[in-house]
Design a protein around this ligand. Sequence first.
Ligand SMILES: [Zn+2]
Length: 154
Amino acid sequence: MNECEYCAIDGFYGKKVQETEYWIIFLAPSQRYLGTCVVSLKRQCRDLMELNNEEWIEFGKIVQMMEKALAEILNPSLFNWSCFKNAAFRAKNPKPEIHWHFIPRYKDSVEYQGITFKDPDFGYVPQPIAREIPSEVMDDLFDLIKSAMDKYSI
Ligand SMILES: [Zn+2]
């Protein structure tokens, strides 16, 4: 079970947007930063140095695809990518899951479906503070992101 404080509201990465040979892309349950996703490796491994070339190459294509897609639909000011794994290492026998946090950041607030999204931490590291949004808005955001990402083949 994933207990990463950046991802978890229910201890889960979220709703699956796309799956490739080595990675799965989820829309994160917490939307403090609009469009936040998680890219998770499909096998357990401790450190990034254990990734093989094929996994890196595919991850590079995913980065391009996701940044292009989000730029089109939500036009963030920048993209944060982070791979922390900190929470897993609080355990005695850590079993980290390699997953990347994809966090769009916004200089100006964004209106989406009548909800205002500010980025109060702009210019600084994203805070692991959960923000849930109404499920119908979440469904809408999922459709928007999925159709934008599906336009680009990996
Ligand atoms: Zn996480």
